[in-house]
Unconditional design. Structure first.
Length: 344
């Protein structure tokens, strides 16, 4: 069974073909970073228009790469939320129209569920049950995953997510868009320079005794440090290093605590921030000390992509489900993952 996956929730247009027998056949992603860079962030209307331009060429590309004709598609899965309303509508309308033309089912998919299941596309996938650390854009959550569709929220951010804190801190340091990768690169450049201890940022809720997160105060601490002095190039690096360490301290501590509290020895990390090399290093080291195995999606599948949507849709079909929302062209810019639990 071949499922076409379509991702258009924000500033990346992703399409992929997944076969339940042969695995991932082809996937491609077009990033709009260059277009939004001059604005310092995503412009929703421009993002929507660009998705319209890209979908048909990208579809032709994945069909050619996979060596299949569009009539071989058995189902179409698309991101129905959360995300930018206009961008979601582009993907939804394209998917529903193509599904109608081909006479196949269309399945609205939750964007975060796609990220949650993306490590299962790896050559060495994790086995259920596991704890998942979701660090994607505006979301930082810890979930207990028993099976596809069975997710229990263990903790989440009360304000800024880790990804948002990275982007906002990058802007404070005068870095370009996208801010998160730019800040990580700056911090990585300081790995050989060492740390002077000049900056000491807080680790919000590190010892709160629960699995909740808060990163707005960390961002404010960076703002205070920036306002207190005219930072030199070396000080900007040191502040970036300290910020990345602070975020990593909190994410690692909470993720390990979630595994221990749930008596699970498998941790899955998914989402864009999960590509951060320092975070991966810290997680691997801490997990090894506690006998926990850590699984990550392939680096190409950490950002938004159609492969995770195609895979998620295929799993839903295998469970006998058609949709997790009712009706065609339904998009939900705000859509709690908890509402997906148990649906198929």
């Amino acid at each position: 069974m071949i499922t076409l996956g379509i991702e258009s929730s924000c500033d990346e247009t992703g399409l992929a073909l997944y076969d339940t027998e042969r695995g991932l056949l082809a996937h491609t992603v077009h990033s709009q970073v260059a277009m939004h860079e001059e604005y310092g962030g995503v412009v929703p209307e421009l993002a929507s228009r660009d998705h319209i331009r890209r979908l048909i060429p990208l579809l032709r590309g994945v069909l050619d790469e996979a060596g299949v004709d569009k009539v071989a598609i058995d189902a179409i899965a698309y991101t129905a939320g959360p995300g930018l309303a206009g961008a979601l509508l582009v993907g939804a309308s394209f998917a529903e129209a193509l599904a109608l033309a081909l006479g196949v089912p269309a399945l609205p998919v939750h964007h975060l569920e796609g990220h949650l299941l993306s490590p299962l596309l790896s050559k060495n996938p994790p086995a259920f049950p596991f704890v998942a650390l979701l660090v994607s854009g505006g979301h930082t959550q810890l979930m207990r995953v028993t099976k596809v569709g069975a997710y229990q929220l263990l903790g989440e951010s009360l304000d800024d997510a880790a990804g948002e804190a990275f982007d906002k801190t990058a802007k404070l340091l005068g870095l370009g868009y996208p801010g998160g990768p730019a800040l990580a690169a700056l911090a990585e450049s300081g790995a050989t320079n060492g740390k002077t201890g000049r900056f000491k940022l807080p680790r919000p809720m590190l010892h709160s005794g629960d699995l909740m997160f808060s990163f707005s105060g960390l961002k404010t601490a960076v703002l205070t440090a920036v306002r207190e002095r005219d930072l030199s190039a070396t000080e900007r690096i040191e502040l970036a290093v300290e910020f990345q360490e602070a975020v990593s301290d909190v994410l690692v501590t909470k993720a390990i605590a979630a595994c221990r509290q749930n008596q699970l020895t498998t941790l899955v990390v998914a989402g864009g921030v999960g590509a951060n090399r320092r975070l991966r290093q810290r997680l691997d080291e801490a997990a090894a000390r506690h006998g926990i195995a850590v699984f990550y999606p392939e680096l190409a599948l950490c950002t938004d992509n159609g492969a995770m949507i195609a895979f998620c849709g295929a799993q839903r079909l295998l469970q006998g489900g058609r949709s997790v929302t009712a009706g065609a062209f339904v998009v939900r810019p705000r859509w709690p993952l908890s509402e997906v639990t148990g649906l198929g």
